[in-house]
Design a protein around this ligand. Sequence first.
Ligand code: M6R
Length: 600
Amino acid sequence: MCGIIGCAGRGSDTLSVLTHGLNQLEYRGYDSAGVALGGHRVGVRKRAGEIEALEQALQTDAPTGSLGIGHTRWSTHGPPNQDNAHPHTDSTGSVAVVHNGIIENHQSLRDELKAAGHEFRSDTDTEVIPRLIEEYRVEEHTAAEAFRAAIDRLDGSYAIAAVIEGVSAVFAVRNDSPLVLGIDTEATYLGSDVPAFLGYTDQVVYLDDGEFAELRGSAWEVTDGSGHPVEKSVESIDWDIEQTTKGGYDHYMLKEIYEQPTALRQGMSGRIDELAGRVTLDSLADLNRPDRVQFVACGTSYHAALYGARVFHELGIPAQSLLASEYATSPPPADDSLVISITQSGETADTLSALRNAQSRGAQTMTITNVVGSTAARECDHALHTRAGPEIGVAATKTFSSQLTTLNLLAEYLTEDTGGRDPRERLLALRDLPGDLLSIIDDSRAADIAERFRDAAGYFFIGRGYNHPVALEGALKFKEISYEYAEGLAAGELKHGTLALVTEDTPVFAVVTGDGETADKTVGNVKEIQARGAPVVAVTDRQTDIARYADAVMEVPETHPRVAPLLANVQLQLVSYHVANALGRSIDKPRNLAKSVTVE
Ligand code: M6R
């Protein structure tokens, strides 16, 4: 949610480093964008709309400077116009600030500053920051002290970067919003997310809450709230810049759907011995089997949690899945619970808040995340990484599949010593999963089905058991990128109300894999739908006779019942993509949404 880039030490390349970083970060927000160059004088340029609008403006009117900061915005305070775009400045234009997060006491600060004569130009909470710095510059000795004094006045969550006239440094601070430094021999970078500077360095320093940073070319320093130096370790990132480009695909989302076989292979590599029936998860060596588990997550990750709770339950560990945003008002975790947050980014505010709530209630915590060094990974007791590689499209695709795979591995790992179970069949199915996914991607009829149903009035997605989270996820993906009405339901629930909306103009995607009572019941529901004249698209491994009642079939290979939903999900991802593409939607940057939601 909003992206920050900063750099010091790149001399005349500074502007191109900033605009490159903004393009890399655009998935975090795309309402408006801006840059400020500093060193000697401070020059700010910003525009409403996507980064392209800013780049066009810079072609004829570019600021110069030896260091700088940039921002791409997902608006929280005030509409997405040029005045509200970051960077924001003080009254003289000699301090420029970019900010992610929310300043909760901004109104009282604004009143105080107005009383001191400040005339605000924007509706944002951020603008109080440069104006406070301006005030403190009069009182304090140095720019660094003025920056620190201003930050001391703020309540809320923030990642902030600033440049100040006449000072050859980028100042930064973090509290509850991610900020990471990129370290190189000649220059230092700053990003709300690693892709911002991944093209220049893979050496990073993660800032912790309450830490300040000062970037001066190749020199950098991190200090705590009292100004004492903090020793930070420099870590290497194993993502490369190639992974953050579209690589010839029209959209990141399509590329990331196609990357799933590789992502899952990476996620399982070195973790499964299918012949011995054993899973090894090195990062969890000191974790004991919990008596029960609570999963907390949002959005797509919550659908992974629903799936995970079923897997755990089936393997003998009672588990619940809870929406992170509802966690604070949910019954507390029972003693000996392990609370597991599932979060692709590791930065989702609702999920972090649930994790902290669980910790404050004395629970042991774990995070399943794709981002090494993310806040969730660092704050929990145990971190398990999904290793899917960077995901840029706002719609989560490969990271969802990786979450489901990782949940299977974790459940097997934690129940390894439970007698009377043989996981080999399940592990073999996981081993074969990348190949099965590849065959779906190669043979999918999703584009034809999308063309056939793209103009419908609404869409329903149904499934039972393990296919229920897949139905929910199918609908979420569909509405998120196509902007068409879509609803996901447990198949049995349709007849309890929503069936009233089902007509010949509302296709129903029915996910039916495996055989037996659960699958047969969904086939029964499909017959009810067909009787109401709605077109049915069956996503199935044909182990039931559902194809007889369907208008179209999307096939998945036969596999273990717990693995089949992962295959069905990819068919639904492809349908969503092709419908959205046919309708000309903004697939990688859907309206109103951002990849990483860092406000509650
Ligand atoms: O980074 P997280 O997994 O914590 O994000 C949670 C949701 O915001 C996210 O899954 C969202 O629902 C997806 N981007 C939808 O595709």
